[in-house]
Design a protein around this ligand. Structure first.
Ligand SMILES: C[S@@+](CC[C@H](N)C(=O)[O-])C[C@H]1O[C@@H](n2cnc3c(N)ncnc32)[C@H](O)[C@@H]1O
Length: 284
């Protein structure tokens, strides 16, 4: 049988569906586009294109990995965030669309503020999405982005270079809960999307997430609040009079996080379009 773009996609869609992959058709197309090095929509103009043996072998190995729930972003090696492409791979959290809400509200805050941030801290930078977008949006700013994971920082540095902001961001491998001498200063803006899943809920996550994404990026301790508790205690050493702090939260813990901050900070909880509490903004 001669494999063509169309019959290969159709066959693969059926195979992935049987394996329980709900986005079977889309994934079959995305991975074939990657192998053929074309945009996905271009496949529709090339349905009769024959597939070469080497292309077929590469495609099959990707499809086997997808059938075992490996995230499509890892297989593609990239994920879009804030309309930009970020390289990702095993060992780094895949950027989530929810995190765009944090960017949106930080930018909104500074649009109406006469002074733009010139010093920014990103805690748990992962693939670098927050630090990199903020560096692009605030070209005068210098940023510090910390993470405990060498793999995450590898991708963050690659992405910073790809977006041309490597000179604005100092990436530091460090444990947030340990010595802060290498990164502590008074920042205009502190952002973080910290791990916030309670430890005993990790097992209930989708297989794509729990079997492939780094536990370090997900596990927020017994109640999911480890990072927020520590933030409350150290933020006075990291902020100034008019600083903004923007932390991603999960619907289930948003209120608790606000309660922890509200005695020292004016806090606002931002909901996403589905009504879930997603971002806490805190000002002095
Ligand atoms: C939820 S991920 C967020 C990644 C990225 N900011 C994003 O929004 O996609 C949390 C990040 O915190 C990092 N992290 C976990 N524990 C840490 C620690 N003790 N100190 C510093 N970073 C840590 C993880 O490696 C991971 O990259």
């Amino acid at each position: 049988m001669t494999w063509t773009v169309l019959n290969l996609i159709t066959e693969t869609e059926g195979y992935l569906k049987k394996k329980g992959i709900s986005s079977a058709r889309l994934d079959a197309e995305i991975l074939l586009a990657k192998v053929l090095n074309v945009e996905r929509l271009q496949l529709y103009l090339q349905f009769d294109r024959p597939i070469q043996k080497n292309e077929l072998d590469t495609y099959r190995s990707l499809i086997v990995r997808r059938s075992q729930n490996e995230p499509i972003a890892y297989l593609r090696g990239a994920k879009e965030f804030w309309s930009r492409q970020f390289q990702v791979g095993s060992g780094v959290l895949i950027p989530r669309p929810e995190t765009e809400l944090l960017v949106e509200h930080v930018l909104k805050f500074f649009t109406s503020s006469p002074k733009k941030p010139t010093s920014i801290l990103d805690v748990g930078c992962g693939s670098g999405i927050l630090a990199i977008i903020l560096a692009c949006e605030f070209p005068e700013a210098q940023l510090v982005a910390i993470d405990i994971s060498e793999e995450a920082l590898y991708y963050a540095r690659l992405n910073a270079e790809a977006h041309g902001v490597q000179d604005q961001i100092r990436f530091i491998k460090t444990d947030f809960f340990q010595d802060m001498t290498s990164w502590a200063q008074n920042y205009d803006l502190v952002v973080s999307n910290p791990p916030y899943i309670p430890s005993n809920q990790i097992q209930n996550l989708m297989p794509d997430v729990k079997n492939f994404e780094p536990a370090l990026a997900l596990d927020g301790g017994e109640d999911g609040l480890n990072f927020y508790k520590y933030f409350v205690s150290i933020l006075p050493h990291l902020t100034k009079e008019h600083s903004l702090v923007a932390l991603e939260v999960d619907g289930g813990i948003g209120e608790k996080v606000c309660e922890m901050f509200c005695s020292q900070w004016k806090v606002e909880l931002v909901k996403d379009y589905g009504g879930q509490k997603r971002v806490m903004l805190a000002k002095k």
